[in-house]
Write a protein that binds this ligand. Structure first.
Ligand code: AMP
Length: 289
């Protein structure tokens, strides 16, 4: 079956509701396009679990702050659609900005404390924009499941909180981060990383690996694990770290003292003009190669 393409929200909703009325399950993967293997892994997860999969491609202006890269964010619609088709996606929604935000649209989701630390401290309106567009997309495509990447860990926390708080009838699925062979987390923004910046970008992964190695070797002191990450950043002074923290898994609360439960190491840094984020759930098993 060829991929069905929608630009109109009502048509997308009619398609989704008709499929569900016929007893089929639908999985939704929201994206901003410039698709890579990380996005396609979400589509595959949806295919594995659902009868039908839909993806959305929309560079959402409300999640960009002033001076951020909204205007130059990579856009490649025709290639994205070909990739979705080859991944077996059934429908794609690629609306215009005026479709999602017609003149006069004013309501925004206020996400609470989970959206005001870490990324939210640096990008104060970001998660309000994310939660607003995710809710709008879920209203237009009332799917059974929605798929998000662990790569944007704080986003998963905010989306889970929003769907719970607002009684959105969807099950949120979180899929593992897909990486380049050398460990760099795939991101649409990696196209900005030319030359030396591409090498420097690996510092985020190396910092997380340092925490993972120490954790696998038995280290459970949060301050020492954090210092292991900071030491990696200190060895690459061209890279500007913004945070390197340990979080209780499932939320954005920082872990202090001796770690007892599942813990996520999360980092953000500027590599030249490009901000990158990455994270890793610390595993007591073997350190990764
Ligand atoms: P974006 O297009 O950057 O808004 O991302 C759309 C979805 O893909 C989000 O749920 C992201 O977390 C997810 N995603 C982005 N990069 C990766 C990756 N490297 N691995 C897995 N999921 C990803």
């Amino acid at each position: 079956m060829p991929l069905v393409r929608f630009t109109d929200g009502d048509a997308l909703r009619a398609w989704t509701l008709a499929r569900r009325a016929a007893g089929q399950t639908v999985g939704l993967t929201p994206t901003m396009g410039a698709l890579h293997a990380g996005h396609l892994s979400l589509v595959r997860a949806a295919r594995a679990e659902c009868d039908l999969t839909a993806a959305t491609i929309f560079v959402n202006p409300t999640q960009f702050g002033p001076g951020e890269d909204l205007d130059r964010y990579p856009r490649n619609l025709e290639q994205d659609i070909a990739l979705l088709e080859s991944a077996g996606c059934d429908a794609v929604f690629c609306p215009a900005v005026e479709t999602m935000y017609p003149p006069g649209a004013a309501t925004r989701i206020e996400v609470g404390p989970a959206g005001s630390v870490l990324e939210g401290a640096i990008r104060p309106t970001h998660f309000s924009g994310v939660a607003t567009i995710v809710l709008k997309l879920l209203n237009l495509a009332p799917a059974n499941y929605a798929y998000f990447g662990q790569k944007d860990y704080q986003q998963t926390v905010v989306v889970r909180q929003m769907t719970r708080d607002l009684n959105v009838p969807i099950e949120v699925r979180i899929c593992p981060t897909v990486r380049e062979p050398d460990g760099l987390a795939m991101s649409s923004r990696n196209v900005y990383l030319q030359g030396e910046y591409r090498r420097q970008a690996l510092t985020l992964h190396h910092a997380l690996q340092a925490a993972q190695h120490a954790y696998a070797a038995g280290e459970r002191n949060a301050a020492r694990l954090r210092r292991a990450m900071e030491a990696v950043f200190a060895g690459e002074p061209q890279v500007e770290p913004q945070y390197a923290v340990l979080l209780h898994d499932g939320g954005v609360e920082e872990a202090h003292g001796e770690l007892t439960g599942p813990t996520v190491a999360a980092v953000a840094a500027k590599v030249g003009p490009t901000r990158l984020i990455d994270n890793q759930l610390l595993s007591p098993g073997e350190p990764p190669a």
